[in-house]
Design a binder for this molecule. Structure first.
Ligand code: GLU
Length: 490
């Protein structure tokens, strides 16, 4: 199996959205496949009808697509295949369950809920570490089973676990893992609604889909011995297993919704770039053995190996994600930033209608991008950090007003306004020279003009160089804003 082209799968259950942990699993599978010229399969494990959520499959597919993790195979024609859906493969699981029954590795169980509840209570009273089915129905005679089946009684199919044996496997990440079958329950394989449980469907599909490596979260480690038993009972060759470390909050508790966003979609909506999110998630449990942290997807494909996945939990550090977002944003070519900024203006609900209704030329937006590039970590910050490029300030920052707008300012700033008026197509230096000259004429320091000028044109006390602001908004607008400030600030 090892020398074959690897075939891996991401096998989420459609519970509503793509969790960042799910993205990490999908990504590692994808990277492993692509690094080794293998195939990446998407299989939706939707056999638990109680947990079925409307629209969840579509959400999953959309989120994976957004991240750029394309899958290679599915049922139907190449041009139009979707993912494999287990709910469309029910007859297969049924067939394999029957095979196990015939071989004596599984059996029908007709126990009622009442009996199972009573058994559980009894075992709890006896302080047994874990409630387990007592194999009651394993001892029914063939005739009894047939009679019950014919009567249409509710039934499940259970795995016939032989107690007190060792189940062991070598996990690529965790090394040798051993379990005692004493701790394994006679797992239900087919439920009373006729649907298979995760364990049966998962193993049957991994076998039929020729999955060479099972790469999944650590939370599935305890299921693996049941899967190993199934492989052995069927006489099938096993996949290689790699269980990925848990994702942790900064306080090292398990990553949870309570401490922040966990859905990929939440990060998209908040303005994170897919390149940054994918880069960040790749580092949750893996590194190339050096201190490189900035990666594009193709670089991750080149560098990834399962052997370099860590065993210990990976802390989800939002600061690092923010840093990566800023880095990825900064490295984008202007044309791409322009497209992202235009999309933000048009489609973000956080952008005011006043801004949406204006039309900014590409040339103008590119100037803003150049001026702000080093100062933003998110696309939306082009607007939130420098709203004055989009609309004239309606208000002025109070602290900056106190500091920069003195009783003598109006007279001085009027002179500056006149000096600016006289300029013809000014560039940065022209503004600068005019300001210096005005300050010299008035016999004051340049700061006495720069601070009120910044306040009048931007309404704020921080931002890019004041001359950059002037050049971007243009002379006419500069004069207009100075005039407005003179009226509003006196
Ligand atoms: N359906 C499981 C999930 O929701 C798949 C686990 C596995 O990859 O085997 O994650």
């Amino acid at each position: 199996m090892i020398n074959e082209k690897p075939r891996v799968r991401f096998a989420p259950s459609p519970t509503g959205y793509l969790h960042v942990g799910g993205l990490r699993t999908a990504l590692y599978n994808y990277l492993f496949a692509k690094h080794n010229n293998g195939e990446f399969i998407l299989r939706i494990e939707d056999t638990d009808r109680n947990r079925y959520v409307e629209g969840a499959v579509e959400n999953l597919i959309k989120a994976l697509e957004w991240c750029g993790l394309e899958y290679d195979e599915g049922p139907g024609k190449r041009e139009q295949f979707g993912p494999y859906l287990q709910s469309e493969r029910l007859s297969l699981y049924d067939k394999y369950a029957k095979e196990l029954i015939e071989k004596g590795h599984a059996y029908y169980c007709f126990c009622t809920h009442e009996r199972l509840d009573a058994l559980k209570k009894e075992q709890q009273q006896q302080k047994l570490p874990q409630a387990k089915y007592d194999k009651h129905c394993l001892h029914l005679s063939k005739e009894e089973v047939e009679e019950k089946l014919a009567s249409g009684m509710p039934k499940v199919v259970r795995l016939n676990v032989v107690p007190d044996q060792k189940v062991a496997f070598d996990d690529v990440v965790r090394g040798r893992v051993e379990f005692d079958t004493h701790n394994i329950d006679d797992q239900v394989l087919i439920k009373s609604d006729g649907y298979p449980t995760y364990h049966l469907a998962n193993v049957v599909d991994d076998h039929l889909m020729k999955i060479t490596h099972v790469i999944r979260g650590e939370e599935w480690l305890s299921s693996t011995p049941k899967h190993i038993l199934l492989y052995d009972f069927f006489g099938w060759e096993k996949s290689v297993f790699a269980h990925l470390p848990l994702l942790l909050n900064p306080d090292r508790s398990k990553l949870s919704k309570r401490q922040g966003d966990v859905a990929v979609e939440d990060y998209r909506v908040k303005g994170y770039l897919k390149d940054a999110l994918v880069n960040f998630v790749a580092l949750l449990g893996w590194n190339a053995g050096d201190d490189k942290e900035f990666y594009y997807l193709n670089e991750l494909i080149d560098s990834f190996s399962l052997e370099r996945v860590n065993k210990s939990g990976a802390v989800f550090d939002l600061e690092k994600l923010n840093w990566l977002n800023a880095e990825h944003l900064r490295k984008k070519p202007d044309a791409e930033l322009l497209a992202l900024l235009k999309d933000e203006i048009q489609n973000s609900t956080d952008v005011s209608t006043e801004i949406k209704e204006q039309s900014y030329s590409d040339e103008y937006l590119i100037k803003i991008i150049d001026g702000m590039k080093e100062r933003v970590s998110f696309i939306h910050e082009y607007i939130t950090k420098s709203p004055y490029f989009f609309v004239a300030p309606a208000e002025y920052e109070e602290a900056a007003k106190q500091k920069g707008w003195k009783p003598e300012t109006p007279e001085q700033i009027k002179k500056l306004r006149d000096a600016f008026s006289a300029l013809n197509n000014p560039v940065k230096e022209d503004y600068e020279n005019a300001l210096k000259q005005t300050a010299a004429d008035l016999n004051i320091g340049v700061g006495k003009l720069i601070h009120p000028l910044r306040l009048a044109t931007s309404g704020m006390s921080t931002g890019p160089g004041v001359y950059d602001i002037l050049v971007i908004i243009g002379k006419e607008e500069v004069i207009k804003r100075i005039d407005t400030a003179l009226v509003k600030l006196g």
